[in-house]
Design a protein around this ligand. Structure first.
Ligand code: 5CA
Ligand code: ZN
Length: 416
């Protein structure tokens, strides 16, 4: 499906250092990509409600990674899915008496405009589950060819025992896995499964629900095969980073990786690194469509907030942190943006007044690069710009405005 328009990303003098990110699977900081071509799969939205600040925070985090990779001279391939058929979407459409396709289409359109407003670099491929049906079907066939699936009352399950490396993404014990599976779309309590953790890869047609033909009979795909099939089809069997919110560590990322290793008969298949963002809360609870405690990007923009202030409010928190969205945070970001803009024009290009051409700008560029390369430390980068802005407003950073504006734009996605 269509992605969204790409923001212009200025190029900067010199080169960024290697970007390191925290890898959930190994519990270490690791170089995010080492080849000239970096590959990223970020789990996309389930479009049954508008983009909230939790979604926005995760996509802005991966956007920092992409910008850093590009700044380091890497070519980037970025793929994202849209879970445009799944239980929560069908349930919401049913509740509101709306066609599920219309609901999905409307929310995807809103998501695109929210992402564009926040200057998030679009994926090269934005792939819906519905349009990916033939490749998901092929992927499931590969799982079946490996003898790794079984039927239970016409539903088809993956047997986790087909994968000797099952558990290597989350590193959790079985009891915790079962608890999380029950909370997050799994059915560990269903009788007669070979193992409680086995995930469904094909759900047989249910009355009143959409279905697609397949060798397993009419039905629709399980959630984890969707991402396993799309990621490996568009990025290859092995790719650099799989990214999502921390709620996806288990079962989603564990299962997608496991499916891929088995379907492709490659123990190295799927991501080399697993990056997970902390969860954004509202009033102490995780912001979630199911709880309904949401602040929407689109609503803030409609209220007249500057999209760059919204983005700056997100960047004030490290992506791995859990934090609360507050009005005060947005107000502080709005003030900060005004200060940065005033500083950029105060330090705009007048060499005669202040000696060296943009020396303070080059220093700031190095500082922002260094902070972002260290596990996408946006708050550290923001502090560096704050310090520069204070100096510029005090008249001490002459001629650095244009380079700082380019730095904020290229690396932080903040247009001044
Ligand atoms: N379609 C699936 C992924 S394949 C899905 O999880 N969709 S979602 O709409 O529920 O979430 C989209 C992304 O936002 C995921 O990476 C999810 O982990 C992240 N996310 C959801 N809620 C929050 C939150 N409160 N804070 C941070 N990230 C969140
Ligand atoms: Zn996913």
């Amino acid at each position: 499906m269509d992605s969204w328009p790409a923001p212009a990303v200025p190029s900067l003098p010199g080169r960024a250092p290697e970007t390191k990110i925290w890898d959930t699977a190994t519990g270490n900081l690791a170089v995010a990509a080492s080849g000239p071509h970096a590959t990223l799969y970020a789990c996309g939205i389930t479009p049954y409600d508008a983009t909230h600040m939790g979604h926005a925070a995760t996509y802005v985090a991966w956007d920092l990674l992409i910008r850093a990779w590009r700044d380091a001279g890497r070519q980037v391939s970025y793929v994202q899915n849209v879970t445009d058929v799944d239980d929560p979407l069908l349930e919401r459409a049913d509740r509101d008496g709306e066609d599920w396709r219309e609901l999905a289409e409307r929310e995807i359109a809103l998501y695109r405009s929210d992402m564009a407003a926040l200057r998030v670099v679009p994926p090269d491929h934005l792939i819906g589950a519905v349009e990916a049906m033939p490749l998901i079907e092929r992927f499931n066939q590969q799982l079946a060819d490996r003898g790794s699936v079984y039927e239970l009352e016409a539903d088809v399950y993956f047997t986790r025992f087909a994968d000797p490396d099952f558990g290597s993404v989350s590193g959790l014990d079985t009891a915790t896995m079962a608890e999380l599976a029950a909370e997050r779309g799994g059915d560990p309590g269903r009788p007669c499964k070979k193992d409680p953790l086995d995930p469904v890869v094909w759900t047989a047609e249910r009355p009143g629900e959409p279905s697609w033909p397949s060798d397993f009979g009419p039905g629709r795909p399980g959630w984890h095969v969707e991402c396993a099939a799309i990621a490996t089809r568009y990025l290859g069997e092995e790719f650099d980073v799989q990214a999502g919110g921390r709620d996806l560590v288990f079962p989603h990322h564990e299962m997608s990786a496991s499916h891929a290793r088995v379907a492709l008969a490659n123990r190295k298949a799927f991501a080399r690194r697993y990056a997970h963002a902390g969860l954004v809360r509202l009033g102490g609870d995780k912001m979630s469509k199911s709880l309904g405690n949401l602040v929407f990007v689109s609503r803030l923009l409609a209220e007249g907030h500057d999209p760059m202030a919204v983005r700056l409010a997100l960047l004030a928190h490290h992506y791995r942190e859990d934090w609360d969205w507050t009005d005060a945070g947005l107000a502080a970001a709005t003030d900060r943006l005004a200060v940065w803009r005033a500083a950029a024009s105060a330090a705009d290009g007048n060499e005669a007044q202040g000696g060296g051409i943009g020396a303070a700008g080059l220093e700031l560029l190095a500082a922002v690069r260094e902070r972002i390369a260290d596990d996408l430390d946006a708050p550290g980068a923001v502090r560096a710009v704050d310090e520069w802005a204070a100096a510029a407003l005090a008249g001490g950073a002459a001629a650095s405005g244009p380079l700082v504006a380019a730095t904020a734009d290229a690396l932080l996605g903040i247009a001044l």
